[in-house]
Design a protein around this ligand. Sequence first.
Ligand code: PBG
Length: 343
Amino acid sequence: MCHTLEVWHTYNYKELKTMKLIRRNRILRQSPAIRAMVAETILSPADFIAPLFITEGSGVKEEISSMQGYFRMSLDYTVNEVKELYSLGIRSVLLFIRCKDELKDNKGTEALNPDGLMQRAIKAIKNACPDIIVMTDVALDPFSIYGHDGIVEGNEIANDATVDVLARMSVSHAQAGADIVAPSDMMDGRIIAIREALEESAFTKTGIMAYSAKYASCFYGPFRDALDSAPGFGDKKTYQMDYANRREAIKEVLMDVEEGADIVMVKPAMAYLDIIREVRDNVDVPVSAYHVSGEYAMIKAAAKMGWLDENKAIMESLTSIKRAGADLIATYFAKDAAKLIAE
Ligand code: PBG
């Protein structure tokens, strides 16, 4: 140490009084080129999963009031959107459908309809853009008269009866051509049940992305507007996780991996970066994070007020989620971010 200091001293031929530091961290920050050279986290469009809200009809493109700049679209528009996303380098979409009120019940009947909107959407998208990875939401809330993710019995969400429907729903999605089913319901034992059902029907190439650590969060509010799926009574705290808990996330994730999940997810993302990191450090499967509707809405609203630079907020948010350990990010900013990356 002392020796090195002396050597530096002899090189100090100018009159300039430097601090004679051994390490100046700002050297690696002094220009865009050097910063790009040493950046630890680099976003790529293939990191993104683009969620899509699909509605019946044709020529329909409705803005979601609490998610400005994001739309519910009929299938014709959706297919064009998927082609555009693919051309921007995005490789996966996550489908959600808005079920007509008259088709909702407490059994998930419409969720199993081979000609239902979800099943038609999967076929249309795979037909128009065969290379895109089609992921599908598996939960009953869009189909439920109660807006709950499972079958309601009395005041409760019945676990085992729900799992039975979710497994059949997953097979139905696989039949329609889904590449990956994404159970977002948080019932116990659904991953193994879905895996077994897929195996029994010989769907040996269908993946499962488990919403493993999904917290009961206020940040889902705008999504429930998008699908008209807010719970009619109570909340989702008996199945989604308590945001006070960290160890429980690891328990959930490890169980889902054991039950056959190909990808695990943490949701929401930005208030849960510690969970994303901990999960990343504890499993060998890819980890995804869902940058949810409320997180989208916050950035949009602040940008609209002129309080935040939207593009900068998008890139900083998504980079931080990847830095925390997410290999994949489901985000409503997928298209914007892909364009920003290309610039
Ligand atoms: C429902 C589901 C929700 C989201 C994805 N799937 C809402 C909920 O659990 O109430 C939220 C997505 C978002 O807020 O962007 N199974």
